[in-house]
Design a protein around this ligand. Structure first.
Ligand code: TXA
Ligand code: MG
Length: 301
């Protein structure tokens, strides 16, 4: 794939908008680091973020929105979270809050979690893209897995060149440090990642005090899960792949982007079924299959 590099302009935003609405990821500046943005309501578009980054695991992604009102349609900001939002948005603060169950966010964007990380960015380029697409945009840092975050378009090109269609160059980023992340999911506010904003003493530092289940960093089904299943045994809900049909199929054609896009929905479906156990057909250990298998192995452990 040829990666185009366009300076930030109305024309560049128009091209980026077309790509986003077609389900492609686009790299763009925010005030912290460059982000690799995709339509958060389109599961396959979000899967392409992971594909481009070569991430060996699915992490929940930060969802960028235009303002507090848009954030409130996706997540529930209780009093303290709302106050932080009013104080620091737009800006380099991400709030992890309970996901509204009927929100349009694809489950792969939150890695199947019932919470969502929301941020209202300040940078005009990212804001222009949010306005033009009228979509919430999932955007992790625009770097290949294992390399450091990109603060210049050239860094993005070096890291992701050939793997994404477009980079919008708006010069070096202002902060050069990823956003501060605060969890507001009940109980005291918790600092999940320090960053440019000092949220002060009301926020408890560190994640270690987290009660189990309060904010699990990984979704896992509640039922036992068996890997590499070629057929269902008694009492198993089989999640198929390719020719192994199953009760539901990650991708009948064996397409790993489609399989990644459907993974968390099907795990939730299997968990909600009347079968006491879950089995999953083998998924090839290549490309997005690496991240899919990582998540399945954790679920089976
Ligand atoms: O400044 C930034 O935050 C940049 C720009 C592009 O916005 N983005 C960024 O995204 O740093 P990323 O994916 O590299 O880091 C996101 C972090 C991850 O460590 C992830 O685990 C955490 O946010 N996160 C997102 N949603 C979460 C959730 N629901 N629960 C817990 N952690 C969450
Ligand atoms: Mg990152």
């Amino acid at each position: 794939m040829e990666t185009r590099l366009l300076p930030y302009s109305d024309q560049a935003i128009a091209e980026a908008t077309q790509l986003i609405l077609a389900g492609e990821p686009v790299a763009i500046a925010t005030e912290t680091v460059y982000g690799l943005a995709a339509d958060a309501t389109n599961a396959e578009a979000v899967a392409r973020i992971y594909q481009a980054k070569g991430r060996p695991t699915f992490n929940p992604l930060i969802i960028h929105v235009i303002d507090l009102a848009a954030a409130e349609t996706l997540g529930h900001l209780e009093y303290a979270a709302g106050r932080l939002a009013e104080q620091y948005w737009p800006g380099p603060l991400t709030l992890v809050v309970p996901l509204r169950p009927k929100s349009a966010i694809a489950s792969i964007a939150t890695a199947g979690l019932p919470t969502v990380g929301l941020r209202v960015p300040r940078h005009p380029a990212m804001r222009a893209l949010l306005e033009a697409t009228r979509r919430p945009l999932a955007a992790p840092s625009a770097n290949a897995s294992g390399s450091i975050s990109a603060t210049r378009a050239e860094h993005v090109m070096k890291s992701l060149g050939g793997r994404i269609p477009l980079i919008i160059d708006a010069g070096p980023t202002e902060q050069g440090l990823e956003s501060t992340i605060v969890a507001a999911t009940g109980g005291p506010l918790r600092l999940l990642r320090p960053g440019p904003i000092d949220v002060g003493a009301e926020v408890v530092a560190g994640v270690s005090i987290e009660a189990p289940g309060q904010l699990a960093s990984h979704y896992a089904p509640s039922k036992p899960l068996r890997l590499n299943a070629f057929s269902a045994e008694d009492g198993e809900y089989l999640i198929g792949f390719g020719p192994i049909a199953g009760d539901a199929n990650l991708s009948p054609s064996g397409d790993l982007v489609e399989a990644a896009a459907r993974l968390f929905d099907l795990l939730h479906e299997a968990d909600a079924s009347d079968k006491p156990r879950i089995a999953v057909a083998p998924v090839p250990e290549e490309g997005l299959g690496v991240a899919i298998n990582d998540r399945l192995r954790r679920a089976a452990a």
